[in-house]
Design a protein around this ligand. Structure first.
Ligand code: BES
Ligand code: MN
Ligand code: ZN
Length: 498
């Protein structure tokens, strides 16, 4: 979709559809007031009939509004002023988009961002307008035989009030578009079934990304390579699968020559049956989403590449399946990780940490400025935080503050949980340096504590996205989270780097 900025007299703009916000039942937003004046009070008159009840997301489509060059006017309720927040703003944007899609207009002029809640600065209000709209346009169709007709809306224009700087507005559109493309990529990869989205498929996706953005350099480590390195933990997981594991490495050097890279590590478990510690049958299909950490790394990198961020970035994706098989890990097996530490596998379903520990050790060679790993790691994290916040674990106060703030700003929040050493003894083993599971209590924390043992050589944070990476029920599907959080984090780092 083409996005552009328009300014000047709204009444004089020729457009198939002019979108105007209404506060409460009949209070006109500033752009609507300007249009109302030009139409001789027509909008006020219509609203006085009470046709637009004030709930956020209600819409009213008007034709032949006098005094305007626009073919149609779409009135959109933002809800009562005292309840106007980011949620109602997004609801209004989403509803407006759906209405535009319904009437199949090819082009529209949006003014809704001019009435965003006061908590959002101008650039963020505009960026949200872009991301919410493009996000609503996402449809999963890859494995449906009947494709819906493509979206008619080809150009969306955003009106700019005279006192807003155009350069800032353009940058907001650019960021919104890049972010939306990253989110959409993450959703699509999450939604693809496990028989298509295999470790090899994820590796191919990295190559596809590098083809579209030649600044990205991709290297894939095969099982032989990993065996030579000594990645005994990672390889123990893929032994139970017919799909060979891949370690996907992606490098982008948009920053200063000597700047240390930021590294994103994503769990790429393309299907998690639990292994010999087999998961129960109901809902097991959802374990195709166990690669959403990997998907978020690809999505965030895609956005960073499109924005040409002045950063050095490395993406690392350990990818495997976790299935029961004669060669699979058995409870009680002991493996040696790349770090040299031995692990007693008490539960083969705690496989994510076995992949991640070797990937985290491998990261040492990059001398990272920071490493953030993203993983659908524990059901316990989803139990603790539900579908609202991702779990954030880090011993680093500065990194914690940065990631929490990025989540707030991007509307993709995380909530910090401890990684205190007090929990470490739960991983004690009589037969190895550590066990791969602790008790059921504090399960998300002991998982993070396990990872912490492999991430001592650089600033590190872990995001557990088991609750936030996908939705269930009628809305079943990937959410693209935490791509917005990650991209915001990168944007802030890029700004700091100048
Ligand atoms: N991929 C799962 C975590 C998961 C479970 C995410 C449910 C979302 C919903 C992970 O590999 C796993 O199985 N974790 C175990 C750990 C346990 C054996 C210590 C879990 O959470 O049950
Ligand atoms: Mn598992
Ligand atoms: Zn898993």
């Amino acid at each position: 979709m083409e996005l552009s900025i328009k300014s000047g007299d709204l009444a004089a703009r020729r457009t198939p559809c002019l979108m105007l916000g209404v506060i409460g039942e009949r209070q006109l937003t500033e752009p609507a007031r300007l249009v109302d004046q030009a139409s001789g009070g027509y909008l006020t008159q219509i609203l006085a009939r009470g046709d637009l009840d004030g709930e956020a997301g209600r819409t009213l489509l008007l034709h032949e509004v006098p005094g305007l060059k626009a073919d149609r006017v779409l009135l959109v309720a933002l809800g009562p002023q005292d309840k106007l927040d980011r949620k109602s703003y997004h609801k209004a944007l989403a509803a407006a988009f759906l209405r535009l899609a319904e009437i199949r207009v090819k082009e529209a002029l949006c003014t809704l961002h001019a009435s965003a809640p006061p908590s959002l600065d101008f650039a963020l209000a505009l960026r949200d307008a872009v991301t919410v709209t493009l996000d609503k346009g996402y449809r999963y169709e890859a494995t449906k035989s009947e494709k819906k007709p493509p979206l008619a809306l080809a150009e969306l224009q955003f009106w700019l009030a005279a006192d807003n700087p155009k350069s800032l507005a353009k940058e907001a559109l650019r960021r919104g578009q890049a972010l939306a493309a990253g989110v959409s990529l993450a959703k699509e990869l999450g939604n693809l079934p496990g028989n298509i989205c295999t470790p090899g498929y994820l590796a191919d996706q990295a190559r596809v990304l590098a083809k579209a953005f030649p600044a990205l350099k991709v290297e894939i480590l095969e099982e032989d390579d990993m065996a030579k390195l000594g990645m005994g933990a990672l390889l123990s997981v893929s032994r139970g699968s017919r799909q060979p594991a891949k370690l996907i490495l992606m490098h982008y050097r948009g920053g200063k020559q000597d700047a240390k890279p930021l590294v994103l590590v994503g769990k790429g478990l393309t299907f998690d049956a639990g292994g010999i510690s087999l998961k129960p049958g109901p809902d097991m299909d959802q374990m195709k989403f166990d690669m959403c950490g990997a998907a978020s790394v690809l999505g965030a990198l895609r956005a960073a590449l499109e924005l040409k961020l002045p950063l050095n970035l490395t993406g690392v994706i350990p990818a495997s399946e976790n299935l029961p098989d004669g060669a699979a890990n058995k409870p009680g097996d002991i493996v040696t990780s790349l770090s040299g530490q031995t692990i007693e596998i008490l539960n083969t379903d705690a496989e994510g940490r076995l992949l991640l520990c070797d990937a985290l050790t491998y990261c040492e060679r990059f001398e990272p400025a920071a490493v953030v790993d993203i993983a659908t790691l524990t059901g316990a994290c989803a139990i603790a935080l539900g579908k609202v916040a991702s779990g954030l674990f880090t011993p680093d106060e500065g990194l914690a503050a940065e990631l929490l703030a990025a989540g707030e700003r991007a509307n993709d929040r995380a909530w910090r949980l401890p990684v205190w050493d007090d929990y470490q003894s739960l991983l004690d083993s009589n037969f190895a340096d550590m066990a791969n599971v602790g008790t059921r209590e504090g399960g998300a924390i002991t998982a993070a504590c396990f990872l912490a043992r492999y991430a001592k050589k650089y600033p590190w944070a872990h995001l557990d996205i088991a609750g936030t990476a996908w939705l269930t029920g009628k809305e079943k599907g990937g959410t693209g989270r935490p791509v917005p959080l990650l991209v915001e984090f990168l944007l802030q780092r890029a700004e700091a780097a100048g």
